[in-house]
Design a protein around this ligand. Structure first.
Ligand code: NAP
Length: 300
């Protein structure tokens, strides 16, 4: 964590009845004692897509809590602006909201330009997007394939293309793609995700090689099951609730095959993203790391 002020107050009454107030900056004290790791994100600028809710929001919050200025984008203007205000209040960092649909080239250009105009540069890109719809091979057609390609792959290609000159100018950069454990173990009924996210992994691996000489790292983070609207509105939870279970019973049921026995909290994924964005992660590139409570049975 960074060392932004985080105060605790206590007081006692002196013998002459004067109240004495003590103020302790807890984060600074922890930092000085070496209990906190400074991720070196103050003075950094991050761009996080699909960040008005869920995992993207948690990533933006974790980066801002470490002192980074953050631009967040998502389609719903009101929601993304409210989220920006909330993160700013929570962390004290500067948060810019830019309504953005990552499938629209002009929106991507606008969010990159607005970030540089507001904060001067870009050091960190978190590529995130909504997930493609559920479906099996025979239930999805060309329209859905094209849309999934544009949502999950082409958006990342376009964003990387536009942020690269800014990272090169800074002499370093961090690119982190939120994908899915579907790249390690296919998920039933999610053929669009299983396929398009593998393309993101291929892109990231190639980019990590091409951009290493520029001191730009490229990594993928794979969420297992996290409690966000994506899960709340997903067919697994709906199926369980259709059998008469409450939401918490249904969540327990869909966590049964997770070795840790529970659904993840978005901040648990965001912690890895903040670390991969940090100074300390400068030698980690080309990796694909799952955060899944042990869900994926694959060896790598
Ligand atoms: P979420 O809670 O539903 O949030 C999705 C976010 O993406 C919202 O801010 C949404 O805002 C934004 N968004 C959706 N489509 C967009 C678009 N075209 N352009 C810009 N922003 C867009 O979902 P989540 O659980 O955080 O999931 C984030 C990503 O992780 C998804 O790709 C999902 O498939 C993947 N994932 C999630 C889990 C999980 O357990 N939650 C597991 C594996 C993978 P607007 O609607 O306003 O645009």
């Amino acid at each position: 964590m960074g060392v932004k002020p985080h105060f605790l107050f206590s007081f006692r009454i002196a013998p002459d009845k004067t109240p004495i107030v003590y103020t302790i900056n807890v984060k600074v004290v922890k930092h000085l004692r070496g209990h906190d790791m400074d991720l070196g994100l103050r003075e950094k600028v991050a761009l996080v897509l699909a960040a008005s809710k869920g995992l993207g929001r948690a990533c933006a919050t974790a980066l801002a809590a470490e002192g980074a200025d953050v631009t967040i984008g998502a389609r719903n203007k009101q929601v993304v602006e409210n989220t920006a205000q909330e993160i700013q209040r929570e962390t004290g960092s500067r948060i810019l909201a830019v309504p953005t649909d990552v499938t629209r080239e002009e929106d991507i250009e606008a969010i990159v330009t607005s970030t540089v105009r507001a904060f001067g540069h870009i050091d960190i890109l978190v590529n995130n997007a909504g997930g493609p719809p559920f479906g099996t091979f025979e239930t999805v057609g060309d329209v859905q394939w094209q849309a999934a390609f544009e949502l999950n792959l082409l958006s990342a290609v376009r964003l990387v293309r536009l942020v690269l000159p800014h990272m090169r100018k800074r002499g370093s950069g961090r690119i982190i793609n939120i994908v899915s454990t579907s790249v390690k173990q296919p998920i039933d009924g999610l053929i669009l995700s299983n396929t398009t996210r593998m393309a993101v992994v291929g892109l990231a691996k190639s980019l990590s090689l091409e951009l290493a000489p520029d001191n730009i790292t490229v990594n993928n983070v794979c969420p297992g099951r996290f409690l966000t609207d994506r899960i709340r509105q997903g067919h697994a939870l709906k199926e369980q609730m259709a059998q008469g279970k409450s939401e918490s019973e249904a969540l327990r049921s869909i966590a049964q095959d997770i070795p840790m026995g529970r659904i993840g909290k978005p901040e648990e994924l965001a912690a890895l993203v903040a670390f991969l964005a940090s100074e300390q992660a400068g030698y980690i590139t080309g990796t694909t790391i799952q955060v899944d409570g042990g869900l994926v049975r694959a060896m790598f």
